[in-house]
Unconditional design. Structure first.
Length: 141
């Protein structure tokens, strides 16, 4: 399952993600993982959440991000949720790469029954039609 939280900068996407991460960490029967772009969530996320900064692993585009996430899935079969903050930025702000990443991730998440929550700074009208079905929160946060 994929849930996409979108909106422009300052619309509250990361705050929503932090609330979801912390709530999940309190009730999950497995492991919760949060992937960030730069070390900005360290003091906001519960310490029992696995927090990973993609900049430490040379993730630089949609393809490497997808491979990185698959590596996380394959290394731990107890993951129940994964949270990705600023995924479009991880895809070099290339909407086509972001669209391909989400499409591949949706198939992988379904196969392994992992819930994926993703934030991206993009206006709803700029989001490709194929991704609109995943949007749960938009600029009206």
């Amino acid at each position: 399952m994929i849930e996409l939280i979108i909106g422009l900068k300052g619309s509250g996407k990361t705050k929503t993600l932090i609330d979801k991460v912390n709530a999940a960490s309190n009730v999950s029967k497995g492991n919760v993982v949060c992937v960030e772009f730069g070390k900005k969530l360290t003091f906001n996320v519960n310490s029992n959440v696995r927090l990973i900064d993609v900049l430490d692993y040379n993730v630089k585009n949609g393809e490497s991000l997808y491979g990185f996430i698959c590596g996380i899935f394959s290394s731990n079969y107890d993951i129940t949720e994964i949270y990705i903050d600023s995924a479009l930025k991880m895809c070099e702000d290339k909407v086509a790469d972001f669209e391909e990443f989400i499409s591949k991730l949706a198939k992988c998440a379904e196969k392994y029954d992992i819930k994926c929550f993703i934030t991206s700074s993009i206006a709803n009208e700029d989001l490709p039609e194929t991704l609109k079905k995943y949007v749960v929160c938009a600029e009206t946060l």
